[in-house]
Every structure is written in structure tokens, then in C-alpha cells.
Ligand binder design. Structure first.
Ligand code: FES
Ligand SMILES: [Fe+2]
Length: 417
């Protein structure tokens, strides 16, 4: 892979350095589309609740590749590339639809809900003239299939035949934690999306970065929602692609290091005791699990994040739209069994996150600051040594960038850098 080696000259320090070039280089971006988004990884497409009935269809993306997810008349979930087998037009045009068949508007080629072609207009011509050649075979054409696997109501797809089965791709600990959070009937509470003006990998790093959480997000420390002095840790999957960061609010213990951190952030943030919420019910919460974990962020490489912050359960997934543009989509969830009060509490807490949330808006903003700060940076690189130089699980501290290093470990592997 000579071309790959020439594309990026990765510093010899390895995963503790990230050349800034990878956030703005078009050739790197193109290779990611090929090796990652069309490569051997499972990508989140939608949730099963999006397509509960036969004939339900949603559109999604795998990187820049447009995808259709449909429940067919046998109740099976199928996915296929949203690209007509005739001339390549998008076939499904709405984000959500209910249809008998999928029919392309251009020349009306019509497909079954599993992507097989069923009929084409004017196959035998008009008035006995024109039409397809005699040997045209409807069966020989179809929408390009996408392999699909559904786990705990989450629909994943892959374009590669080499991708291992989903449970193997996730590994046992990642799978068990998804089961913990999504392993019962879900209820959609709301959704929104935002465009973030940064490379998709800055978001992938940001959600793995437990170091920043209580420094950038001063709301968390001010209102004692989440601090690094609570018990918690980082779990990396075997290939280091995915991670879980978790903490236990009940173990909050006022570490003196926070006084120093607060001095650093005093210019921008509030100190303890200086702020109060007019609506303290924003933070009303109940403990849902008996493992003591009150906060978790889980990533599945490359494009999805599962958040369980107090009682706010959400899926965030991101779709690259260019080197410096990414669409970030949010689905806020509860469980079918929730009481109306519990649903209300989850919705209230979702005000902490999302495009206009009290916490997550800072992430959208800071990623753009990095994008802008690293443009034209030549051969310079990020320095990622908090918590050591390796990418290993650490179940005693979140004052580490271990999962960020894990992401780059996996990234280099798949990209050949
Ligand atoms: S491009 Fe779809 S029918 Fe022609
Ligand atoms: Fe953040």
C-alpha cells in the first residue's frame, strides 16, 4: 500500500500523536469513505421503531453512500443502497415513507422491499416498438444489497462481505452494555439533527475524551452532575475501536484537584456556590440500574454513540458530508414501560444535550475550534498522553485519553497509516 504510506506521514510516537492533516485532507477523506464507510465495519442505520410495519421505509447513510432500510411484507428488515439500478438516481426520496414497492421517479423501475427489481416501464416498448432487448432479465437487476443485523432494536448495516458477524465486531463487553441500555422495548421521545462544521473524527474523538468532560462542560461540575472524582472508568473493546466510559454519581468525593481545575476555568465558568438553577427539576433523576452507573457514553466505531446521562438515553450518529462538515443526528429514547413522570424526566434531562443543550452545544463549538485551529498546520500533530501512552482499559480513572488513543489505533489499522 505505497499510496497509503505516502498520504500521511504519521509521527513515530504512534497513537499519542495525530497529524492535524487528517482533519482537512481530501485524499484522506476519500480513503476513509472507501476503507471505513464502505469497508469492513458495522454502521448504525436506524432503530427498528422507525420501521415497525411491513412497507415502512426510512433512508439513512453509510458515510456518503445513501441507504434505504425497509421492512418487507414478510416482516424482514432489509437494507440496500439508495441508487437505482438503471441510471443511479436516488429511489427513496423521503426520510420516512410507507410504500408497497420502491419506484424510481425517473423511468419508473420498480423494486420489491428487499431490493429485487419487479418490473420496468415499457419493457416491451410502446405499440410494439422500442422496449428492452429480448434477453432483458428483470431478475438480473436489483438495488445493491447491504448486509443487515439487528441487535436490541438497533439496525446496523455493512457494505463489505468481510465484516465479521455483529456480535464478534462488538465483542462481549460492548454487547452486554448495549443489552443493559437497549435490551427492552424502546419508546422514541424525540429527535433532531444538526450540522457541525468539523471533520467527523473530531466528533469521534470528542465523545471518547473523558478528560474534557468536566473541564469544558462547567455545568457538570458546578451542579455536581458529573466529575472525574466520581468512581468510574474506561473500557476499550478488543480492537480498541469501541469504548465505554462510565461513572457513578453516588461516589462523588470532592477531590482537591478540582480546585486547581476551577482556577483554570474560572474565567469562563462558574465556581461552586455562585450559580443556582431556577428550575432545579432539570436535574431530577432516579437510579435505573443496580450497578451504580449513572453516566455512560459508549461508542461503536465508526459512527455511533450511545449516551445514558442520568436518565437521558440517546443515540447520536454522525454522517460525514465533507472534510469539514458532519451531520449529527440524535434520537432521544425511553422505554415503553416508563410512567408518564419518567418520560417527562427524561425529556427534561435531554435539555442538557442536543444542539441547544446546556452541555452538548459546547462540543459542537469546540470541535469547530479545533477544525479552525488546525487548518494549514503543515506537519504538526496533536499530543495525546493524558493517562499514559497506551490504549488500554482503565477501570479506576477517567483522567485519561486512553479511548482517544484507542480510536486512533483502530483508525490507523483500517486506513493503513
Ligand atoms: S434512473 Fe431509475 S428508472 Fe431510470
Ligand atoms: Fe463534551
Amino acid at each position: 500500500m505505497e499510496a497509503a504510506e505516502a498520504l500521511v506521514d504519521w509521527p513515530s510516537e504512534g497513537i499519542t500523536r495525530v497529524p492535524f492533516q487528517v482533519f482537512s485532507d481530501q485524499e484522506v477523506y476519500d480513503r476513509e469513505q472507501q476503507r471505513i464507510f464502505r469497508g469492513p465495519v458495522w454502521q448504525f442505520l436506524c432503530i427498528e421503531q422507525d420501521i415497525p410495519e411491513p412497507g415502512d421505509v426510512v433512508t439513512s447513510w453509510m458515510g456518503e453512500t445513501p441507504v434505504i432500510v425497509a421492512r418487507d411484507h414478510d416482516g424482514q428488515v432489509n437494507a440496500m443502497v439508495n441508487r437505482c439500478a438503471h441510471k443511479g438516481a436516488l429511489v427513496a426520496l423521503k426520510s420516512k415513507d410507507k410504500v408497497k414497492n420502491l419506484t424510481c421517479v425517473y423511468h419508473a423501475w420498480s423494486y420489491r422491499l428487499d431490493g429485487r427489481l419487479r418490473s420496468i416501464a415499457f419493457q416491451n416498448g410502446v405499440n410494439g416498438k422500442g422496449g428492452m432487448p429480448e434477453d432483458f432479465d428483470v431478475e438480473a437487476h436489483r438495488l445493491q444489497p447491504v448486509r443487515v443485523q439487528v441487535f436490541c432494536g438497533l439496525v446496523f448495516g455493512t457494505l463489505s462481505d468481510e465484516t465479521p458477524p455483529l456480535d464478534e465486531f462488538l465483542g462481549p463487553r460492548m454487547g452486554a452494555f448495549i443489552q443493559r441500555n437497549f435490551g427492552r422495548p424502546l419508546k422514541v421521545l424525540g429527535r433532531h439533527s444538526q450540522i457541525i462544521h468539523n471533520n467527523w473524527k473530531l466528533y469521534a474523538e470528542n465523545v471518547r475524551d473523558s478528560y474534557h468532560a468536566t473541564l469544558l462542560h462547567t455545568f457538570y461540575t458546578t451542579f455536581k452532575v458529573n466529575r472525574l472524582d466520581m468512581d468510574g472508568g474506561i473500557i476499550l473493546s478488543d480492537r480498541k475501536w469501541h469504548h465505554i466510559s462510565y461513572s457513578k454519581r453516588a461516589t462523588f468525593n470532592l477531590d482537591k484537584e478540582y480546585l486547581t481545575a476551577e482556577v483554570h476555568s474560572a474565567k469562563y465558568g462558574a465556581k461552586h456556590g455562585e450559580s443556582a438553577l431556577e428550575g432545579p427539576e432539570l436535574l431530577d433523576a432516579w437510579e435505573e440500574f443496580d450497578d451504580g452507573i449513572t453516566h455512560s457514553i459508549q461508542t461503536v466505531f465508526p459512527n455511533v454513540v450511545f449516551q445514558f446521562t442520568l436518565n437521558s438515553l440517546a443515540i447520536r450518529f454522525f454522517v460525514p458530508q465533507g472534510v469539514d462538515k458532519t451531520e449529527l443526528k440524535w434520537i432521544f429514547l425511553g422505554y415503553e414501560r416508563d410512567t408518564p413522570e419518567q418520560s417527562k424526566m427524561r425529556i427534561m434531562q435531554s435539555n442538557l444535550t442536543g444542539a441547544a443543550g446546556l452541555v452538548a452545544l459546547e462540543d459542537g463549538c469546540i470541535n469547530e475550534f479545533v477544525q479552525r485551529g488546525t487548518v494549514g498546520s503543515g506537519r504538526r500533530a496533536a499530543f495525546i498522553e493524558m493517562g499514559g501512552r497506551v490504549a488500554e482499559s482503565n477501570e479506576s480513572s477517567r483522567a485519561t485519553e486512553a479511548s482517544v488513543r484507542g480510536f486512533w489505533h483502530g483508525y490507523r489499522d483500517i486506513m493503513g497509516f
